[in-house]
Design a protein around this ligand. Structure first.
Ligand code: NAP
Length: 246
């Protein structure tokens, strides 16, 4: 069923490509105005911004490094001026720096934790007051099956995503009485720039659905979680992985 998000403002971090771009587009097709945050400059996000504009909603781009609490705060203030206070926050910005523990450089452990976990915390904090004032909010954190399974070679990434799952539950508890829901999506193997170097064939053998995931698979779930149909769902982690991590 097509959802109606008109009058809603959705913020998507890391939204210039991959899963984030598809989530932004999914929300736009439901009528939400869109704020895309990413590390890059606006020109690199142009194809995604044009695709969203074609749906007829407003779309703004902000260069914002989510590891900086100040940048997150300033960007949310700008969004509030440009579009209105956010109703939906998708913490999607994420990086991998895979290595076995014994060979993992310390700075790569820190970089992944800072982006994936601290970045999500920074954005929740930056948007929280607006949600409370509006008495409405939907927070969707993009975790990973790696955070459930503890994938070898991903000590930093898996720990960050397990942290995102715990952060989701804490946020759900702290904001539930304010009519704010917080849930996590744990994607499996989704075809994006992040996974293009990985050996897709070896994953395929482990996916009961018999295919790799598409960004739209995750976007569809995000639309559902942001919709009133999911108003009584909070603190939940939903896998979107074709059965990979069952
Ligand atoms: P992607 O194509 O690499 O896109 C991630 C986006 O996040 C990029 O545009 C990236 O910017 C941006 N970003 C990175 N660090 C940032 C920062 N500090 N501040 C703001 N933006 C930042 O990845 P994806 O595959 O779409 O993944 C999206 C999310 O899904 C991530 O959280 C990832 O962990 C999660 N996920 C993906 C898969 C998968 O199979 N693809 C599976 C499970 C979970 P740059 O372009 O400048 O790097």
């Amino acid at each position: 069923m097509m959802q109606n998000f008109s009058g809603r403002v959705a913020v998507i971090t890391g939204g210039s490509r991959g899963i984030g771009a598809e989530i932004a587009y999914g929300f736009a097709t439901c009528g939400a105005d869109i704020a895309i945050l990413d590390l890059c400059t606006e020109d690199l996000a142009k194809p995604v911004l044009d695709r969203i504009s074609e749906t007829g909603v407003k779309v703004f781009f902000y260069t914002c490094d989510v590891t900086s609490p100040e940048a997150c705060k300033e960007t949310v203030a700008k969004i509030t001026t440009d579009l209105g206070a956010p109703d939906i926050l998708v913490n999607n910005a994420g990086i991998t720096r895979d290595n076995l523990i014994m060979t993992m450089p310390d700075d790569e452990f820190d970089a992944v934790l800072n982006t994936n976990l601290k970045g999500s915390f920074n954005m929740i904090k930056a948007c929280g007051r607006g949600f409370i004032r509006k008495k409405h909010g939907k927070i969707i954190n993009i975790a990973s099956v790696s955070g459930l399974l503890g994938t070898a070679g991903q000590a930093n990434y898996a720990a960050s995503k397990a942290g995102v799952i715990a952060l989701t539950k804490v946020t759900a508890r702290e904001f539930a009485s304010k009519n704010v829901c917080c849930n996590a999506i744990a994607p499996g193997f989704i075809e994006t720039p992040m996974t293009k170097e990985l050996d897709a064939e070896s994953y395929l053998a482990k996916i009961p659905a018999g295919r790799l995931g598409k960004p739209e698979d995750v976007a569809n779930l995000a639309v559902f979680l942001a919709s009133p149909m999911a108003d009584y769902i909070t603190g939940e982690v939903i896998r979107c992985d074709g059965g990979l991590a069952m």
